[in-house]
Design a protein around this ligand. Structure first.
Ligand code: TNX
Length: 524
């Protein structure tokens, strides 16, 4: 075993030596320090300072920080299979030819999630105030390496990183993706795969739409039929599924290791057929409806005047709050066409304090804005125009707003008329449309200071597996991610579309089933 390993090492060393003499530079490969998504806030390329990863490269991480070491290990896990290099991860006591991930000493502007990156001939140094910032820096570094680095199999290199300095930090605190696991259920591995994909673009929130008419996807103590019955199907009549408590915790931890906070959503009082089918007593008439596997919306409602409704809601919120470290629980509240307007207000005014009782803030689809004076409640705007008086009023009372305008950010809309998956109710969304709006001035009379951030929702009426998820999310998710992270001064379609083309090369190596939009000059 030892000998074999030694021989492999020799072979790799020889190959490396050969490639070292090749004159390829990162610039010749069409890549520069700014060829990344999201665009960095500030960058100073320096053509004299390219760094080459080699067999001896070490990843040094802040001594004494387990989190920094974990970030270093994740970086090594990406780079090892393709480069074949050992890339040991060691505490940054020693210096040497390496990539250092260090806490402290960064430019003040990097804040809690940003980083600075310096690429020199003999070392790369990423500095941040937090491990989250280090993680963001390593995502940039990945993209600065040739696309083949994303492969699970060995490639030749050379593994050149263009030289220079970056100082980078987010425009908005909340950069989200939503996955609807209710219309079609996605298993733990499928969700992890999506988490890995979105983390590359500095997405820091994953909103899981855990319940809807077609399915209930999370175990709740005391209410076993929610999952055994309510979780037993999905759109089209497939087997559905649900997460056990420990599976949900596993997803939360997996996301957290990638600096993504899970926001669980239980949609109510509408979009509740799966719960109503599971427990007759939740229905005003006491009769459980059948399970639903179609795609209509707006036909179900919890019974607003029954006390059992609020015991149910409290049991659900208590459990979600206990399982979720993040500050928000999303309580839905959209499309409640089967709930009288006065009942909707009554319901939300009773339910939002329950969220606060368990130490969390409530998020809700923007209809919730009409029921609230509590400025901690976060309306999520999903409308298709730029005027909404209720949202404006909420922001004037001090609420922040989360933006996911359906005609721009809905990843489940078709790209064009021939897209085989997806819906069209909010329009056709090519990648330039997804990219072409400014969250800071999108809703009339909502200033940038009232915008918490952006989210790209992926509803799953037509989506059944990871291939489908990827086809709809890529390339549009990176467009929304850039709107959330990069300063508006960097906003430029020509630049974005060139950088997006390079992402396509990475997706090929990652096995991501992306949509080859004809508007992009893909390079592979
Ligand atoms: C509207 S957007 C919905 C969802 C659907 C989606 C399909 C929103 C808050 N509600 O129930 O899945 O359209 O695009």
């Amino acid at each position: 075993m030892h000998v074999r390993r030694f021989l492999t090492v020799m072979a790799v060393t020889t190959a490396t030596a050969a490639t070292f003499s090749a004159p390829t530079t990162a610039a010749q490969a069409g890549k520069s320090l700014t060829s990344v998504i999201p665009a960095p806030a500030e960058a100073w390329p320096d053509a004299r300072q390219a760094f080459r990863l080699n067999w001896g490269t070490v990843i040094f991480t802040e001594a004494g920080s387990r989190e920094a070491m974990a970030v270093g290990r994740q970086l090594a896990d990406v780079l090892r299979p393709s480069t074949g290099y050992p890339l040991p991860v060691l505490p940054a006591l020693a210096r040497g030819h390496g990539i250092s991930l260090l806490l402290g000493g960064a430019d003040a502007r990097v804040g809690q999630e940003g980083y600075q990156l310096a690429v020199e001939r003999d070392q790369i140094v990423i500095r941040a105030n937090t491990p989250a910032g280090l993680y963001a820096g390593t995502q940039t570094l990945r993209q600065l390496l040739p696309a083949q680095v994303e492969s699970k199999t060995r490639h030749q290199g050379p593994w050149v990183v263009p030289g220079g300095r970056i100082v980078d930090y987010p425009r908005f605190a909340h950069r989200g993706a939503m996955l609807d696991v209710a219309r079609h259920f996605f298993g733990v591995d499928e969700v992890k795969r999506y988490i890995d994909q979105i983390a590359q673009y500095k997405i820091n929130r994953l909103h899981l739409h855990l319940s809807d008419d077609q399915g209930w996807r999370i175990e709740i103590p005391g209410w076993p039929r929610l999952t055994s019955h309510g979780g037993s199907t999905e759109v089209g009549g497939g087997p559905g599924g649900f997460y056990t408590r420990s599976q949900y915790l596993e997803l939360v931890a997996y996301a957290k290791a990638r600096y993504i906070t899970v926001i669980p959503e239980i949609d109510m009082p509408g979009h509740t057929n799966a719960a109503l089918a599971s427990y007759a007593e939740l229905n005003c008439n006491g009769i459980a409806p059948p399970l639903y596997t179609g795609t209509s919306v707006g036909f179900s409602s919890l019974c607003i005047d029954k006390e059992i409704t609020y015991k149910f809601v409290e049991d659900v919120i208590r459990e979600l709050a206990a399982l979720t470290p993040g500050e928000y629980i999303h309580i839905g509240g959209d499309e409640t066409h089967a709930t009288k307007p006065a009942d909707y207000v009554k319901f939300m005014q009773r339910v939002t304090p329950i969220v606060a009782k368990y130490g969390k803030k409530a998020a809700g689809w923007h209809e919730i804005a009409k029921t609230q004076s509590d400025p901690s409640v976060l309306p999520q705007y999903w409308g298709t125009d730029d005027v909404d008086e209720e949202v404006v009023a909420a922001t004037q009372r001090g609420s922040k707003v989360l933006l996911s305008p359906a005609h721009k950010s809905y990843l489940d809309m078709k790209y064009d008329r021939s897209t085989p998956l997806g819906l069209t109710w909010a329009g056709l969304i090519e990648v330039d449309t997804a990219y072409g709006w400014n969250p800071g001035s999108f809703i009339r009379n909502v200033p940038e200071s009232s915008v918490l951030g952006v989210e790209a929702p992926l509803w799953s009426e037509t989506l059944e597996n990871s291939d489908h998820i990827e086809f709809m999310a890529f390339p549009r998710l990176p467009a929304i991610a850039e709107l959330g992270w990069s300063p508006w001064s960097t906003h430029d379609w020509a630049s974005f579309s060139r950088r997006l083309a390079l992402q396509g090369d990475r997706w090929v190596h990652q096995g991501v089933n992306f949509y080859r939009s004809p508007t992009i000059a893909w390079t592979s």
